[in-house]
Ligand binder design. Sequence first.
Ligand code: ATP
Length: 371
Amino acid sequence: MSHIKDVTGGTPIVLESLWKTYANFVAVSGIDLSVGAGRFCTVLGPSGSGKTTTLMMIAGFVAPTRGRILVSGRDIAALPPQKRNLGVVFQNYALFPHLTVFDNVAFPLIMRRVPQAEIAQRVERMLETVELAGLGGRYPRELSGGQQQRVALARALVFEPRVLLMDEPLGALDKKLRSSLQIELKALQRRLDVTVIYVTHDQEEALTMADQIVVMQGGRIEQNGTPEDLYDRPATAFVAGFMGDTNLVRGVVMAADKDGTLRIDHPTGRRIIARASGFQAGDHVAASLRPECLSIESPDGPEEPENAWDGRIAAVTYLGDAIRYHVAVGENRPTLAETLVVKAARRGTEHRRFSEGDAVRVRWSRSDARV
Ligand code: ATP
């Protein structure tokens, strides 16, 4: 996108015990959230977790049952949507089909009674920013999906809002277009310095774009932190599972040393050594082992060393740049059968490939087991 500098300046958003109930159903359950000025916050969660309802309350399309919505420290919860001055890009908030691209983008300025000459200037500049210069005369049906999405973005940003709310804005696009728009959108957000709250159910999209990720489930916030926090230090098994593929291995803590070393026994009789604090003997825990953190090798030597489980390859999947192995590690006690998923990067021809049925040893380091 072009490099015109037109700073609007982001503003902080704070949600204070925000609730939405429908009859007896709680859609959003008293959430607290703070998004700093100019930050890109992604709200992630499964279908029905309350993401859209939260965004609609901020936008003003849904009235909160209780709670406060502070933008720059001012409670906007009682204001109608058009008085909130927030940019909004929702998947179902389509372009006006009977208006040209120019008129679509000009619409918010006309509503705000901006003088005609200034409208022309600002719309042209905005179209340049989203790389649609020269297409102002077209109608939405004459544009590709990605171009239409950029018009929607231009329309949301043309009045220089300090907050941009987006609900699955790239949901309808194919994977390739999606990833290029993700990068463009992020660069534009940085340049305009606008605070963004972005709803998606796609964890990869969240990791690509966000400075801050909020994972919701059942109307509550499960975890709020940086992408690194959520991926590497998930607070719950749900977050670990939601933030990408993981092996969740459940067991019981047998010993918790003062230095933070944890011995966890697994029902198969195997053991996990991990580093974690705040647990004690007898606790039932889940250890998250990321597939890319596991290594796979031939089971040499009679005994399994620390954090090494012997098993047999149950399935092999070629992913192009990596190979995914499903390793059955509970075969001597079939009722407790466990499978570990291992993702091994391919390193040219040196990578040793295993086949279905091969005996293997899966290993990981203490610090790779997140409890
Ligand atoms: P999705 O990813 O599918 O859009 P979501 O996380 O955005 O899901 P919401 O749309 O916020 O979820 O919905 C949260 C819950 O509130 C859902 O169980 C939904 O059925 C319920 N809900 C939403 N709107 C209403 C309504 N007007 N009346 C009753 N229940 C509602």
